[in-house]
Design a protein around this ligand. Structure first.
Ligand code: SF4
Length: 297
């Protein structure tokens, strides 16, 4: 099927708001739940049908913690059968070899795990649970042993800014395929961390370092929630300079965030916007009136 140019190319889908961690910056302000009004398996599959009727985006299954959904591999496998590149964002603490095998069987192509500190002490404070760092590392070891590609995601605040190079070195050392940094968006529980957003000067310095690193680094580097990264890239580009490994493109166009309930955000072409207004209305029609609640992550 031919799709219009600039149609949505990536959907970040909060399949649940439930989570076993309590991260201080959590956009979804997640707890263990359960949260009423989340989409049933059947409705998730129909949503994939509707998405594939107009586009073939990458789908990031996220949450909350997506592995808390018992039907997560059914959803992933269905998306795979429909020709979508299915990937997953998890905190890693529930990942073992058996889970990785299910990921592979359902066609999940890459998994991101968030690491926000260079060691257990700093990561666990951020993640709100003792053992979160060791759990994430065990999950990474399981992925490596079964052969699943993984990347590291890091949210930067004033609390871990001084560790960012160590975290990056850790990502390289453990064999990540990519390191994506996220600049704190003070929403959800992150609202209480607004004072931990780094200064404009630190943004500039960090993003410049990240860009320069991307020119030689052997893994993909990408900055998210940092649109000024593109300005820094353009301002500092020297003739012929290219990232050693090309990263994705979701900071420009065709990016949608689908929360565990009804909220959609993103950067969309007009055609995509029309389509997602239609999808949005469909999701709303699935929901009981009581289900109107924020799904920020
Ligand atoms: S940020 Fe992710 S891992 Fe942390 S509480 Fe929120 S959903 Fe869970």
């Amino acid at each position: 099927m031919q799709y219009p140019e600039n149609i949505v190319r990536m959907i970040v889908w909060e399949v649940t708001r439930s989570c076993n961690l309590n991260c201080v910056h959590c956009r979804a302000a997640s707890h263990l739940g359960p949260y009423p009004g989340e989409l049933s398996t059947e409705k998730c599959l129909r949503l994939i049908d509707d998405i594939t009727s107009v586009s073939q985006p990458v789908i990031i299954l996220t949450g909350g913690e997506p592995l808390l959904r018992p039907d997560i591999f059914e959803i992933a496998a269905y998306g795979t059968r429909k020709g979508l590149r299915m990937v997953m964002a998890t905190n890693g603490t529930l990942v073992d070899k058996a889970i990785v095998r299910k990921m592979i069987e359902s066609g999940i192509r890459r998994v991101s795990i968030s690491i926000d500190g260079k060691d257990a002490q700093s990561h666990d404070v951020f993640r709100g649970e003792a053992g979160a760092f060791d759990g994430a590392m065990r999950g990474i070891e399981a992925m490596k042993s079964v052969g699943m590609e993984f990347q590291i995601n890091t949210t930067i605040t004033t609390a871990n800014l001084h560790q960012i190079k160590d975290i990056h070195d850790l990502a390289l050392k453990i064999g990540a395929a990519a390191h994506h940094i996220f600049l704190l968006v003070p929403t959800g529980r992150g609202k209480d961390l607004a004072e931990q957003a780094i200064t404009a000067a630190d943004y500039e310095e960090t993003l410049l370092w990240f860009y320069q690193e991307s020119l030689t680094c052997e893994i993909q580097l990408k900055a998210t929630c940092a649109p000024h990264y593109f300005r820094i890239m353009h301002q500092n580009k020297t003739k012929g300079a290219q990232p050693a490994k090309k990263a994705g493109w979701n900071s420009e166009n065709g990016f949608v965030w689908k929360s565990s309930k009804r909220f959609l955000t993103g950067i969309l072409s007009l055609a995509s916007r029309r389509f997602f207004v239609a999808i949005f209305c469909m999701i709303e029609s699935f929901l009981p009136p009581s289900a109107a609640a924020p799904g920020n992550r």
